[in-house]
Design a protein. Structure first.
Length: 94
C-alpha cells in the first residue's frame, strides 16, 4: 500500500507540475495565447512582457499554489507512512 501511495504522489505532483499558469491565465482571462507573442515561450517572463504586471501576479499565485498543493497532497497521503518508525516500514516490506 505504501508503494502505491508513493507512486500516486509522484503522478499527482507531475500532473500539477504540467499546469502552466501563464497559459491558463492568457486563455481564460485574455482569450489569447501567450505563446504567439514575444519570445514564444509560455513562461512568466514572456507573459509579463506581453500583458503587464497585474495578471502576472495571478500567474505567480497559480505557479506557487500548485507547488503548495502538491506538497499538501503528499503530506496528507503519506502521513501514516512517514510517521511509522523505519523498523516497521522495513518489516512490512517483506
Amino acid at each position: 500500500m505504501e508503494l502505491f501511495l508513493w507512486i500516486l504522489v509522484i503522478v499527482l505532483g507531475y500532473a500539477l507540475g504540467n499546469l502552466n499558469g501563464a497559459l491558463l491565465v492568457s486563455k481564460l482571462f485574455i482569450h489569447d495565447d501567450v505563446r504567439t507573442h514575444g519570445s514564444g515561450n509560455a513562461g512568466l517572463t514572456n507573459f509579463f512582457r506581453t500583458y503587464g504586471g497585474f495578471l502576472s501576479l495571478l500567474v505567480i499565485v497559480i505557479d506557487v499554489g500548485k507547488t503548495v498543493l502538491a506538497c499538501l497532497i503528499a503530506q496528507w497521503l503519506l502521513a501514516t507512512a512517514i510517521r511509522r518508525p523505519p523498523s516497521l516500514r522495513a518489516a512490512r516490506a517483506f
